[in-house]
Design a protein around this ligand. Structure first.
Ligand code: SF4
Length: 501
């Protein structure tokens, strides 16, 4: 598809909208004047144009889709307060309406394209008060009543966690980018153990070195650790000995006395063993995540998860036997071969297990995933089905006493829906809330990890990227340590700036 951008800077918003409606299309952005669509051979063409005249920005959106052309216009007064935002929204609405009409499909999140709707809602509440923020979601952004209500519940609920963060707070993320096999929907940089088993011991050694360096930086900055999250990949692909080496390094180098939560993502149930659970329990891990994604073996096969439903139940029982009193379980709505009865049965059976938290994801159609390349998802049909699945989970979880405590969206999700973390009261994950809200600095270690250095007194935030792949991480490791020093200087600069204000 060709998207022509004429005279404005809203290309990101326009492209994101096209992605929502046409996730399989590669959108090529062209900058230029209004051109006759016939000059292009592509079947789908969109145009958005901006011209200033008589104190107004005149906006045009046009679309060629399925052999038909449509066009619409709007305007925005140049002296409108908050002109940039208003004008961008007006332009988005014009294109949105054309796409809704052409595709006969209305996304439940309206024109909202960001990944952090709750953060946006909170900011709007601060600016205009809660009721007006809600009205803005409904009337300006065209967010459905259902998603607005879910956002409000989540915002109110996560407030208690956010209020625990202090200017000197930070959290720690540790990346284990290895998995037993690669799931068909995966777009992460995780490597299968088959390809990379020989890299793991050295990787763990270097990771421990980076952690020790990070602990030193945190100490020098006088920061206080709030939460630790070991994710991936599948951290439990490490052997019990490697896990012990990693956890010992964390607990010996960081001051854990203030840490509210220590999570290890056990991801694949087939990687959970009594030895690894012993190691984790013995070193203070108090939250683990066992992720079935579905409790339907046919669906598990279709997505190449390489484990069975029985293994999920076994891993869960084993974790309980080892004294884990906070277990999270992830499921995904919209998986290929899944049906409404199968998904609702997954939710019902999970509720019978009664984990402390359940995260309901929506399948994301990343371009690099095998699923997307095989074209196994039918966008609009599956959007409706995924919507029904989320609706069911929302009702069932609410009825069982779970509350939504964090919510985020990704690009290219089936139906442009969302991921929601639900928990029993008192079992919210601190880390999930802090990372999604960008509340405080997150130091991240390991391949593919991204540190976010946050100004404690403003919304300023700088990202520092580690190398993506384990082999790069290993061969250019000294740069990783240099980047931790850089993180320290960024934080010190923030402090200095705040003092000079
Ligand atoms: S377990 Fe997660 S990270 Fe690993 S291959 Fe599957 S989706 Fe990707």
């Amino acid at each position: 598809m060709i998207l022509i951008i004429d005279g404005h800077d809203y290309h990101y918003e326009m492209e994101s909208l096209c992605d929502i409606f046409l996730p399989y299309e590669k959108v090529t952005v062209v900058y230029g004047n209004r051109t006759n669509f016939q000059e292009y051979t592509e079947e789908i063409l969109a145009y958005t144009g901006y011209v200033e005249q008589d104190g107004k920005a005149h906006l045009t959106a046009a679309l060629q889709f399925d052999g038909k052309q449509s066009e619409t216009q709007g305007d925005c007064l140049l002296d409108t307060p908050d002109f940039e935002r208003r004008c961008g929204l007006e332009m988005a609405l014009l294109l949105y309406r054309l796409l809704v009409s052409a595709c006969s499909y209305e996304p439940k999140w309206g024109v909202l394209i960001g990944v952090r709707p709750i953060k946006l809602l909170r900011r709007l509440r601060e600016e205009m008060g809660e009721q007006q923020a809600i009205d803005y979601f409904r009337k300006d952004l065209l967010v459905s009543e259902e998603k607005t209500a879910l956002s409000v519940r989540t915002m109110r609920h996560e407030q208690q966690i956010l209020s625990l963060s202090r200017p000197d707070s930070f959290s720690l993320y540790v990346s284990i980018p290895f998995c037993p096999t690669r799931c068909a929907y995966c777009s992460f940089v995780a490597q299968t153990l088959q390809q990379t088993a020989r890299l793991v011991p050295r990787y763990v050694e270097l990771l421990c070195e980076e952690l020790a360096c990070t602990a030193q930086v945190a100490k020098e900055l006088g920061l206080r650790l709030e939460s630790v999250y070991i994710g991936g990949g599948t951290p439990t692909t490490l052997s019990a000995e490697q896990m012990a080496q990693l956890l010992d390094t964390i607990t010996e180098t960081f001051d854990m006395s203030t840490c509210r939560e220590f999570t290890v993502e056990a991801g694949r149930p087939d990687t959970v063993t009594p030895e690894k659970l012993d190691v984790m329990k013995g070193r203070g891990v108090d939250r683990i995540s066992i992720n079935p994604q579905t409790l339907n073996d046919t669906v598990l096969k279709a997505i190449g998860r390489g484990h069975t439903t029985a293994q999920t139940f076994d891993a869960f029982a084993l974790a309980r036997q080892h004294g884990f009193t906070h277990i999270n379980m992830d499921v995904i709505a919209g998986l290929p071969a899944d049906t409404f009865p199968s998904f609702s049965s997954t939710i019902d059976r999970l509720l019978q297990l009664s984990p402390e938290s359940i995260t309901v994801h929506t399948l994301s159609l990343k371009r690099s995933s095998r699923l997307n390349q095989n074209g196994q998802i039918q966008v609009f049909h599956d959007a409706d089905l995924a919507g029904q699945m989320l609706g069911y989970s929302q009702q069932a979880l609410t009825d069982s006493g779970y509350l939504p405590y964090y919510l985020y969206r990704q690009s290219r999700m089936v139906g442009n829906l969302e991921n929601t973390g639900w928990s029993k009261p008192g079992y919210e994950s601190f880390y999930n809330v802090f990372i999604m809200d960008e509340t405080h600095t997150i130091f991240a270690c390991g391949a593919g990890a991204v540190s976010k250095i946050k100004d404690p007194y403003s919304n300023q935030l700088e990202r520092i990227f580690n190398f993506k792949y384990p082999h790069e991480y290993e061969s250019r490791f000294s740069e990783m340590l240099e980047r931790k020093e850089k993180a320290k200087h960024i934080f010190l600069r923030y402090l200095k700036n705040s003092q000079s204000l």
